[in-house]
Ligand binder design. Structure first.
Ligand code: FES
Ligand code: FE2
Length: 337
């Protein structure tokens, strides 16, 4: 009979927590001298040159059920998505070509979306006045290609970056909407220096590597806060695979291979005349630890916690993005205080 193991403790390499007490607020080193506006705007300008292939992230894969279509907006265009007969995703304009009913109120039958008003069934062959869009389900997120909107050369697939294997990871997606444009969302993430000041509940001991040999990758050493005393130190690398996406890869420390992909999708203009942008963020947590992601029970507990953490961060980061939009366009700021 093998010797039974006692409970694991902090200090055991199998336990990722480290005793990293949170610095008191008044001892936190200011970071503004490092967060050079010109450096952030230069990184943003480079990111805005990247092509998108006209692909837009519109929802989590998990949100699209076999029998119910899903309605979404991209840059003022109403869309409908549904599950095709092979289980893949299909998409098209959201208004019925007969009398304009919302197709997202219809149903899905035999891989076609069926209008609720008079039963017109629409599929890949299209209909006069209604042409389907290219759509792609990457297993975590749903993408739609809108060539008339995007302005780039179309690509067969979206330009997404590396991801951990789906089978070995736990994914969680959140969506939130702000009064800003996609570039304001990307600019927020291209300023990692705000992390420990603006999100002390999540980050501390943040240092951005000053090596500028690769201008397209921001390398950040940071401790994810678990409590005031304990944290998980990691090295994260931020890149922008396309101009509306910023990805954070964990390259060292606990969860190497995990990714947070943040997508900024323009929705259109609100009734106040200001732009609305959806932040659709997928966290793909990965660990080679035995049993991780294998248990549905772990995923069922972890997913809502991951979503809660992401929503908390984005409550602040959207305030940043909205403020940035107000400052650069001289629009009256969104009232928050
Ligand atoms: S409005 Fe859709 S079938 Fe008539
Ligand atoms: Fe932030």
């Amino acid at each position: 009979m093998g010797r039974s193991r006692g409970p694991r403790s902090v200090g055991d390499p199998a336990v990722p927590l480290r005793p990293v007490p949170m610095p008191p607020r008044d001892r936190l080193q200011p970071t503004w001298q490092h967060a050079v506006p010109g450096r952030i705007s230069a990184a943003l300008a480079r990111s805005q040159q990247r092509p998108t292939g006209n692909w837009y992230v519109v929802a989590a894969s998990r949100d699209l059920h076999p029998r119910s279509p899903l309605g979404r907006w991209v840059d003022g265009n109403e869309l409908v998505l549904w599950r095709a007969a092979d289980g893949g995703v299909a998409a098209g304009p959201g208004a019925c070509p007969h009398l304009g009913a919302r197709l997202c109120d219809g149903e899905v039958m035999h891989g076609r979306v069926v209008c609720r008003w008079h039963g017109l069934a629409l599929g890949p062959e299209g209909f006069p006045g209604w042409a389907p869009y290219a759509a792609y389900d990457d297993g975590v997120l749903l993408w739609v290609r809108l060539d008339a909107v995007g302005g780039d050369a179309p690509s067969r697939r979206p330009y997404s970056g590396d991801r951990p294997p789906l089978a070995g990871s736990i994914d969680a997606v959140i969506t939130t909407v702000g009064v800003c444009e996609p570039e304001d969302v990307i600019a927020n993430r291209l300023d990692p220096w705000h992390g420990a000041w603006f999100h002390p509940y999540s980050f501390s001991h943040l240092r951005v590597a000053e090596d500028e040999s690769d201008l397209d990758a921001l390398v950040v050493d940071v401790t994810f806060r678990v409590s005031r005393r304990w944290g998980v130190p990691v090295r994260a690398v931020f890149t922008t695979p396309d101009r509306r996406t910023i990805a954070m890869h964990i390259r060292d420390g606990e969860g190497v291979g995990s990714v947070v992909e943040t997508h900024a999708t323009p929705l259109g203009t609100g009734t106040d005349g200001r732009p609305r942008t959806a932040v659709i963020e997928a966290t793909m947590a990965y660990s080679p630890r035995p049993g991780f992601a294998a248990s549905r029970r772990i995923a069922a507990v972890a997913r809502p916690l991951m979503q809660m953490a992401a929503r908390r961060l984005w409550a602040d980061d959207l305030a940043y993005a909205e403020r940035r939009y107000s400052v650069r366009t001289r629009a009256r700021p969104t009232s928050r205080c």
